[in-house]
Design a protein around this ligand. Structure first.
Ligand code: BJW
Length: 244
């Protein structure tokens, strides 16, 4: 890499949480577990599916909301939290994940994280009546009232297919300023996140992929390092912080 790195954008996907025991969405080439083996994506992750069968969709998200609260961050989340605490330049961690493992890895360091959830968060509920998002840890299947307006219009605060991901303007602004784009544990199957590498390349940003296996976008990256996130991410963080 020829240029000095100051501004970094990191995209994380389900692969970074796999070793914490959270299933990824798509079975990989090695035939690993996939969250949607039990549920067809179109049955649970579209607004149409929610309108058609809200009970099924609520049960699916209730189960996952409960499960993530039993999981712990792994060394990859911890390494990124350390990078966030120590990196002197600008940094934005864009996660597609709806779990809170990045936050929990950073909590002991006690700083404001430079983190953005582009596909929403399991631990928030969005009221379709008053449009307010509230912290949420329990179930939604029984249609509890919105804590703000009392309406029974709560839905999971996640981004389904056909909906606009969150904070796209902030993400593209950070990409425009970036010197380095790093993609960690994502299959490159879902847009617009899958297109960030192309956006970065076109902007002249150096691109690095850290993943278990080659992804759909691998050929776009300047560099790809294969391995489990709990190993390749801490190694890369040590390297960029000058500790290798
Ligand atoms: C490891 C590992 C280990 C395993 N260590 N690595 C046709 C063409 C192009 C686009 C479209 C199209 N038709 C429709 C679209 C758009 C659509 C889309 O992309 N569809 C595709 C199916 C083609 N996208 C949308 O609708 C999005 N909205 C949109 O486009 O709005 C318009 C717009 C236009 C322009 C600008 C902006 C917006 C919305 C997408 C919403 C995605 N939502 C979900 C569900 C969230 C809620 C929930 O959790 O239930 O988000 S889908 C699901 O996929 C989830 C994930 O965030 C997302 C990505 O998955 P991810 O993270 O990559 O996981 P996997 O499982 O796919 O991959 C895991 C990877 O980890 C693998 O590579 C493994 O090898 C690796 N791994 N173990 C390291 N230990």
């Amino acid at each position: 890499m020829a240029t000095t790195i100051r501004n970094i954008v990191i995209l994380t996907g389900a692969g970074i949480s796999a070793e914490s025991g959270i299933d990824t969405f798509r079975a990989g080439a090695n035939g690993g577990p996939s969250l949607w083996e039990q549920h067809r994506v179109e049955d649970v992750a579209t607004p149409e599916a929610f309108a058609r069968d809200p009970d099924l969709v609520h049960r699916f998200y209730d189960m996952r909301r409960a499960a993530i609260q039993t999981k712990r961050p792994n060394p990859a989340h911890v390494a990124l939290a350390r990078l966030d605490a120590e990196w002197p330049g600008s940094l934005l961690i864009v996660t597609q994940n709806v779990d809170d493992l990045h936050e929990r890895a950073g909590a002991p360091l006690g700083h404001n994280q430079r983190l953005l959830h582009m596909h929403g968060e399991h631990l928030k509920a969005w009221c379709t009546s008053c449009d307010i998002r509230s912290p949420w840890r329990s179930e939604l299947s029984s249609r509890p009232p919105c804590p703000v307006c009392g309406a029974r219009g709560l839905r999971p605060d996640v981004v389904w297919f056909g909906e606009m991901p969150y904070r796209m303007g902030d993400i593209y602004a950070a990409l425009r300023e970036a010197d380095l784009f790093v993609s960690i544990g994502t299959s490159g199957a879902v847009y617009p996140a899958a297109g960030f590498v192309q956006n970065a390349v076109e902007l002249g940003v150096h691109t690095l992929e850290l993943n278990l296996e080659e992804s759909q976008g691998s050929r776009m990256f300047h560099e790809t390092r294969l391995g489990v996130a709990s190993e390749v991410v801490p190694t890369w963080v040590d390297e960029i912080l000058g500790r290798d």
